[in-house]
Design a protein around this ligand. Structure first.
Ligand SMILES: Cc1cc2nc3c(=O)[nH]c(=O)nc-3n(C[C@H](O)[C@H](O)[C@H](O)COP(=O)(O)OP(=O)(O)OC[C@H]3O[C@@H](n4cnc5c(N)ncnc54)[C@H](O)[C@@H]3O)c2cc1C
Length: 396
């Protein structure tokens, strides 16, 4: 196993770093630095720049717009995006529904949907979870009944991330209520402007509108919008969940967060020095750094295996658990560092015109702490990932 980067790979890193520095939109950067809320167009602007460069879907097969990069090049690319703190490409399109369409879709579906996903012209949301079907996803109740060349869909989805911006959604619906749970599900692409689709906000602890309820009431969906065979949607769903968990360790983003935490601690007075020098805090920081390094090496080991032709397996569950735990510990320690200055909603208060806050470095720390609680729940909760590892890896 080789974990070192080659000279070519280091050259590639320089090339992509220069590209990001040159092309990243200055207006989006300014908003990020001011802590302003990012709008739909801010995300799509960067996506569209990458689309024009041919770099918006590196992992896809080349025939559909992929770059043909090796897994290591893709890793470097992801790392550089994180180090430059770029806004993410919203993965519901490029990382989730896109691969389902190019794997299971008809030629017409590929021609209709993939080019807009690559170019960053459409925004997608994921309609899987329901009030009674999260971890037990196969228990979903949303019904789709065939009526000529349409399905009539009725039901409620929940936690639908950024559905308020979505042009399209991919939904799991029950098309056979009599079959075994997994056997009666189909995968539908629904135009979010269809009559009968209602998106209602859920405001989360950090005061933001990121997730929604989506109600479907007699929504007519053309049969041609079903991907793969009727009642075989679970096959698409499973493939998509594996994609959702890969890359979820977010090592590079955690590295940046840890660097920021160090800078923050160096600004907090403690005794005659700063918090960064205080022994108990320093020990916690060092433990985090060691765990992050171990996680990075685990990810690199998996990358080496992938480069050698081995497909990523259930071990991605391990990356998901450790990656989210480390990220949440960084958030906890950041909140500890800012203490009472980290009062919630400071960012909101500024947006509403408050003249100043007690201590600017604390802006957003509490919001991030609360927002990041989601990471151990979505994409399959960490408890469920532990079940997967126990069964498939440990054979328990
Ligand atoms: C911020 C956020 C964004 C999301 N975005 C989307 C989205 O865009 N689209 C979408 O479809 N879904 C989305 N989800 C939903 C997410 O996938 C579910 O929340 C998740 O699968 C857990 O389901 P649940 O909330 O119904 O909890 P439940 O399944 O009810 O679980 C409750 C608790 O019990 C534990 N538990 C359940 N079963 C077991 C078991 N067998 N063994 C051990 N422990 C168990 C869970 O780990 C959890 O701690 C999002 C969730 C969040 C928080």
């Amino acid at each position: 196993m080789h974990l070192d980067f080659t000279a070519e790979e280091l050259g590639f890193r320089e090339q992509v770093r220069a590209f990001i520095a040159r092309e990243y939109p200055a207006d989006v950067r300014a908003k990020q630095e001011a802590g302003e809320e990012l709008l739909k167009q801010d995300f799509l602007e960067w996506h569209q720049i990458l689309g024009r460069q041919g770099w918006s879907v590196p992992a896809w097969p080349v025939e559909y717009g992929g770059t043909g990069w090796t897994p290591t090049q893709r890793y470097i690319w992801g790392e550089e995006l994180a180090l430059a703190d770029t806004v993410p490409i919203i993965a519901f399109s490029t990382g989730l529904v896109g691969p389902v369409i190019y794997t299971f879709g008809t030629p017409e579906q590929k021609a209709r949907f993939l080019p807009d996903i690559v170019a960053g012209h459409t925004w997608w949301c994921q309609g899987y979870s329901e009030p009674g079907a999260g971890s037990d996803l196969a228990g979903l109740q949303t019904r789709a009944v065939r009526d000529g060349d349409h399905y009539v869909v009725n039901g409620q989805k929940t936690w639908t991330t950024l559905a308020q911006h979505a042009d399209w959604g991919f939904f799991l619906v029950r098309t056979d209520a009599t079959a075994r749970k997994q056997a009666g599900i189909s995968f539908l692409l629904i135009d979010m402007k269809s009559p009968g689709v209602t998106v209602r906000p859920i405001i989360t602890l950090d005061g933001t509108h990121e997730v929604n309820e989506v109600w479907l009431e007699n929504v007519r969906v053309p049969v041609e919008n079903r991907v793969y065979e009727e009642n075989k949607g679970w096959t698409c769903a499973k493939m998509l969940l594996a994609h959702e968990r890969s890359g979820i360790a977010n090592v590079a983003r955690s590295k940046v967060a840890l660097r920021e935490l160090r800078q923050l601690a160096a600004q907090v007075g403690e005794g005659s020095g700063t918090l960064a020098d205080e022994p108990v805090f320093r020990r916690k920081l060092t433990e985090l750094e060691v765990d992050l390094l171990a996680l990075e090496h685990t990810e690199l080991r998996m990358l080496a295996a992938e480069n050698a032709g081995k497909a990523p397996g259930v071990e991605v569950s391990m990356l998901k658990i450790r990656g989210t735990e480390v990220a949440q510990r960084i958030n906890e320690l950041s909140l500890e560092a800012v203490g009472s200055h980290g009062a919630l909603r400071v960012r909101r208060a500024l947006a509403y015109g408050a003249a100043a806050v007690a201590w600017p470095p604390a802006i957003g720390v509490a919001d991030t702490y609360f927002n990041m609680r989601k990471t151990s729940i979505f994409g399959g909760s960490n408890e469920i990932q532990r079940n997967i590892l126990a069964k498939a890896v440990l054979g328990l």
